[in-house]
Design a protein around this ligand. Structure first.
Ligand code: PLP
Length: 437
C-alpha cells in the first residue's frame, strides 16, 4: 500500500495507473511546448480559458436554456451562457446562436436533424475532395439516413466546381446543400451555389469547423451574408477556444430557432460540458478584442509558409492561387497512394514537428496518402510571424529534403520554440504560458 497525502491509502498497482496518466499528460504537454504544433484542427487555449475549463463547472448540469432549466443551482451558469449567446451573435454576426454543442460533429448532427428528415436528399463535398466524415454516409449524413450526392470538384482551384455544383443542385433538388471541408484552402463560391439551392427550396448549411476563427475575424468569407442559412463549427480550431461546437444561423424565424435549439437539447446533448461552454465564452470575449488581428496574422503566416516551402523545393498545392487563403497549406511528398505523406509526417514528428498525413486529389487510400496538411494557427498564437515561417520551412527541408538526422533537428526545433512560449491575442493573466503541464 502506498501512503497518499491525508489519510488515504491505495494499492501501488492502482495508483501506478493514475500516475502513468499524469506522466503521459505532462509528456504530451512537453511535446507541444518544445515542438511545433502544426495540426490544422488544433490550438492552445488562453490562461483565462484554462482557468474556467479547470473549474467546478466541469461536473455540473444545466439542461435547457438560460432561465428555463430542469435543475436547480443554474443561476450563475445562466449568467455565463447568456453572455455567451450575445457574444456569439455579435462575433459571428448571427441572428441565432446556440453555444452548447460539445463538438463540430455534434453541431452537424443537430443541424441535419433540424433541417432534414430520413430519406431526404443532401449535397456535400466528398471526403476524397476534403469533405469531413460527418458529411459522408459513414458519419452524420448516414446517421440521419440522408441520400447523398457529392459536388464535382475543381482540382486546380481546390473548391467545388461552381457550374457543375449548381447544375447538380438544380437536377436533384436536395433538401440541404452542405458546404465546407476539412481541407479548406479557399473560400467557397457560396453566392452562386446558395442561389441555386434557394431556387429549388434547399437550405444552405455551411460547415465552418476549420475556418470559424478566420470568418469571425473577417479574413475568409462571410457565409451568413453570402447565402448560408445555418453555420456550424468547432470552437477549437482557428477559433481559439476549448473543444466544443457552435450552431449559428441568419434566421429570424422563431420556429426554426426553436427547432435548432431542440436539435441540441434534447436532440443530441443532455449535459453539455458547462466548463467548456464557459471557456468558449471567455474565448469569445478575447476574440472580440483581438480576433481580427489574430485571423489576419494566421492567413499571412499560412501564405508565407506556402511560399517558403515552395522556395525550399517542396511541391506545395495551389501555387496558381498563392497556395492558400486560410490557415492551411498542403504539400505533396510522392506519388498518389504511395504513403509518402505518412512517412513525411513520421520523420517530422521524430524532429519535434507535429503534422498530419492527408489525402490529396487523386489519392484513394486514407492510410497511404501522398500529402501533408499543415496549419499555422497555433504557431501564430504564440507569436510566430513571417520570418519564423521561413525558419520552419528550412527545418522541413533539413528533415525531408536533406535527410538530416531528425534528433539533431529536434534540438533546433526546441531552440526556435523556446522564444515562443507566451500565448498572444488574449487577456493578461498571472500565468501567461500557453503550455499547461
Ligand atoms: C469540416 C469539419 N467539420 C466538422 C469537424 C468535426 O469537428 P469536431 O472534431 O469538433 O467534432 C471537422 C473536424 O476536423 C471538420 O474538419
Amino acid at each position: 500500500m502506498a501512503e497518499i497525502p491525508g489519510s488515504w491509502k491505495a494499492s501501488e498497482e492502482h495508483l501506478a495507473k493514475a500516475n502513468a496518466v499524469i506522466e503521459a499528460t505532462k509528456a504530451s504537454g512537453n511535446l507541444y511546448r518544445h515542438g511545433l504544433g502544426m495540426i490544422a484542427s488544433e490550438n492552445i487555449v488562453s490562461p483565462m480559458v484554462q482557468k474556467v475549463v479547470c473549474s467546478d463547472l466541469h461536473g455540473r448540469y444545466a439542461e435547457g436554456l438560460p432561465g428555463k432549466r430542469y435543475y436547480q443551482g443554474c443561476d450563475d451558469f445562466d449568467t455565463i451562457e447568456s453572455i455567451g449567446i450575445d457574444l456569439a451573435k455579435k462575433v459571428f454576426s448571427a441572428e441565432f446562436a446556440n453555444i452548447q454543442s460539445i463538438s463540430g460533429t455534434v453541431s452537424n448532427i443537430a443541424a441535419l436533424k433540424a433541417l432534414a428528415k430520413p430519406g431526404d436528399k443532401i449535397t456535400a463535398v466528398s471526403t476524397a475532395d476534403g469533405g469531413h466524415i460527418s458529411h459522408a454516409r459513414m458519419g452524420a449524413v448516414g446517421l440521419r439516413d440522408l441520400d447523398l450526392s457529392t459536388y464535382p470538384w475543381d482540382i486546380d482551384r481546390m473548391e467545388p466546381d461552381v457550374d457543375g455544383s449548381c447544375k447538380l443542385i438544380r437536377e436533384i433538388k436536395p433538401k440541404v446543400c452542405l458546404i465546407g471541408q476539412s481541407v479548406f484552402l479557399f473560400p467557397t463560391p457560396l453566392k452562386e451555389i446558395a442561389a441555386a439551392a434557394h431556387e429549388v427550396g434547399a437550405q444552405v448549411m455551411y460547415d465552418g469547423a476549420h475556418v470559424l476563427g478566420l470568418i469571425a475575424g473577417g479574413q475568409f468569407q462571410d457565409p451568413l451574408r453570402e447565402g448560408a442559412d445555418i453555420m456550424t463549427g468547432s470552437s477549437h480550431k482557428t477559433f481559439p477556444g476549448p473543444q466544443g461546437g457552435f450552431l449559428l444561423s441568419s434566421t429570424t424565424d422563431e420556429k426554426m430557432q426553436r427547432q435548432l435549439n431542440n436539435a441540441i437539447f434534447p436532440g443530441t446533448c443532455s449535459s453539455y460540458h458547462l466548463h467548456h461552454v464557459a471557456g468558449k465564452v471567455v474565448a469569445l470575449a478575447e476574440f472580440e478584442e483581438y480576433g481580427e488581428s489574430y485571423a489576419r496574422d494566421i492567413v499571412q503566416n499560412a501564405r508565407a509558409l506556402g511560399e517558403s516551402l515552395a522556395a525550399e523545393g517542396f511541391d506545395v498545392l495551389a501555387e496558381g492561387r498563392n497556395y492558400t487563403a486560410s490557415h492551411q497549406v498542403l504539400t505533396r511528398h510522392g506519388d498518389v497512394d504511395s504513403g509518402a505523406g505518412a512517412t513525411a509526417a513520421q520523420l517530422l514528428e521524430d524532429a519535434g514537428i507535429i503534422t498530419n498525413m492527408n489525402m490529396l486529389p487523386g489519392d484513394t487510400k486514407a492510410l497511404k496518402p501522398s500529402g501533408l496538411r499543415l496549419g499555422v494557427q497555433e504557431l501564430t498564437r504564440v507569436g510566430m510571424g513571417k520570418n519564423e515561417m521561413a525558419e520552419v520551412a528550412r527545418l522541413f527541408a533539413k528533415v525531408l529534403i536533406e535527410h538530416q538526422d531528425p534528433d539533431k533537428i529536434k534540438l533546433q526545433v526546441k531552440q526556435l520554440k523556446s522564444s515562443f512560449q507566451t500565448i498572444r491575442y488574449c487577456f493578461n493573466d498571472d500565468n501567461q504560458s500557453g503550455y499547461v503541464l
